[in-house]
Ligand binder design. Structure first.
Ligand SMILES: [Fe+2]
Length: 278
């Protein structure tokens, strides 16, 4: 199975696998969350678990990068990793170092409201404040969460840690095919709409209970996911015609990874059901 027709057929198989997985078709937590009937404790717990995933994702993405089978593939991984830690895409404005920037603009450098979602990290500038984890810290602030409360394995529930372990295990498998399949599944799941559900629920919560809550971490990710998903699509396209391409391994890794994602959301759902029953 090679050539353009073979590639399209294979990509359709992977896309069907993602689109029909329960984490895309029937995530009970995001379905509940988007209704916006959230307590402060609901949002705090969500923020902490999400911060653990978001931070530990860096480990998985780094493992994938160093396990890449080709330079092209390594660069696709690096694009995502560098952007996560704070390298802005080249087309971002305003440009760093520009003499025309006001102090306030300099202070806002890296603010997700200003950070673009198009282009490449090649030639892009780094800002601590553009690191996605720092955006999450700012989200946690009005909820009473500080650096000490977020992002570490000790803050994660078993279901969250299981997801993080699965990410690191599968992304870092050492066989590029496996990392690629998993990454394709994660980025295409992320592009399938759960950010919009989170934004809907959080917007209602912000309006009713917490006006200073900054939602830019979420709105920015909603905008970026097509870009990240495209990187994994390019990577697949590039890998597909290589003689060592193994479609079965790729699909197996994608399915296993989505089961890991599912554990995370179902864990959040179980805890919120317990909390609301109490
Ligand atoms: Fe991110």
């Amino acid at each position: 199975m090679s050539g353009k027709g073979g590639f399209e057929l294979f990509q359709r198989r992977v896309d069907d696998l993602v689109a029909s997985h329960p984490v895309v078709t029937s995530n009970p937590y995001t379905a509940w969350f988007e209704k916006g009937d959230l307590t402060r404790e609901d949002v705090r717990q969500f923020a902490v678990q999400f911060s653990v995933f978001s931070n530990q994702f860096l480990v998985a993405q780094l493992k994938k990068m160093i396990s890449a089978d080709s330079l092209e593939s390594m660069r696709e991984s690096k694009e995502i990793l560098a952007n996560e830690i704070g390298v802005m895409y080249r087309s971002d404005r305003p440009q760093a170092g520009s003499a025309q920037l006001t102090d306030e603009e300099k202070d806002r450098m890296g603010d997700p409201d200003l950070v673009g979602t198009e282009g490449s990290v090649e030639g892009g500038t780094f800002h601590f404040r553009a690191g996605h984890f720092e955006w999450l810290l700012r989200f946690g602030e009005p909820l009473g969460l500080s650096f000490a409360d977020m992002g570490k394995p000790k803050h994660g529930w078993p279901s969250t840690l299981y997801f993080c372990d699965e990410l690191a295990r599968i992304y870092g498998d050492g066989v590029g095919m496996v990392g690629m399949g998993a990454s394709y599944a994660v980025e295409h799941w992320a592009a399938a709409g759960f950010w919009k559900q989170l934004i809907k629920g959080l917007s209602a919560f912000k309006r009713q209970q917490c006006p200073p809550l900054p939602l830019a971490f979420f709105t920015w990710h909603d905008r970026i996911e097509d870009n990240h998903a495209a990187h994994t699509s390019h990577e697949l396209q590039e890998a597909f015609d290589r003689p060592d391409f193994n479609g079965d391994l790729y699909l197996k890794a994608a399915a296993e990874m989505l089961d890991g994602v599912k554990a995370f959301w179902w864990g959040l759902d179980g805890e919120r059901l317990k909390r609301h029953a109490a």
